[in-house]
Design a protein around this ligand. Sequence first.
Ligand SMILES: [Zn+2]
Length: 251
Amino acid sequence: MTRGLRGGAAWLLLACGAGPAPAPDAAPAPVAATAPTAIDAAPRVAAPTTAVDAPAAPPVAGPPPPELVDLRVAVPGLRLAIGYATAENFTGAPLPGYDAPGAWAHPELASALRAVDDALAPEGLGLLVFDAYRPKRATAAMVAWARAQGRSDLLRDGYIAERSQHNRGLAIDLTLVARDTGAPLDMGGAWDAFLPESAAFAATGDALAHRKRLREAMLEHRFSPHDGEWWHFSLPHARAPVLDVVYAPAR
Ligand SMILES: [Zn+2]
């Protein structure tokens, strides 16, 4: 799932902290805006923070329905940055269905992702998930947002789909991280940006090499890529029902 030029630009500005002028002593913005900054390394309960007065971390999602598995359980050490559970996404608000950040998926996807993670581990690489199973109501909200914004072009151009493999737990948005620190690798563009540079090979240098490594690792384990979105992979040949189960906080 993604966003378009104007929507994406707005989100990127948000993600980069634009808006109010930064204080002169503010830390410089990261060179590569790659992801929401709150990275929750599973199976930790709380996201790491640096400010002592930071707001409490949101609750972690509870267990999935029988059709899905929790990727934090299936892939030990998997890191999450679930943008749709926060305002750090193109709509500027949490999406319906994400009452807590979580990453559930079809069991076939989970086992394939575990194999990808195992293959990357010897290289010191790990995985950071932006989105996995997506409740149907969240997809509906994205479509409604695009229409309300006069951005039907996002639907036409495939950035926002009315039906998504995410709704079946058969798609995942993710990137590479340093396995020890969780630091995202430079991919030369942000997740879920409706921009030309989101195309799989629209990068150069290290960023292009990183995209290719992610793609190669995923394709080796039966995933299919999305040429317009470097972060999106799916298992299109697997079968599963569309679901609308909400990510609810763990009790
Ligand atoms: Zn996706």
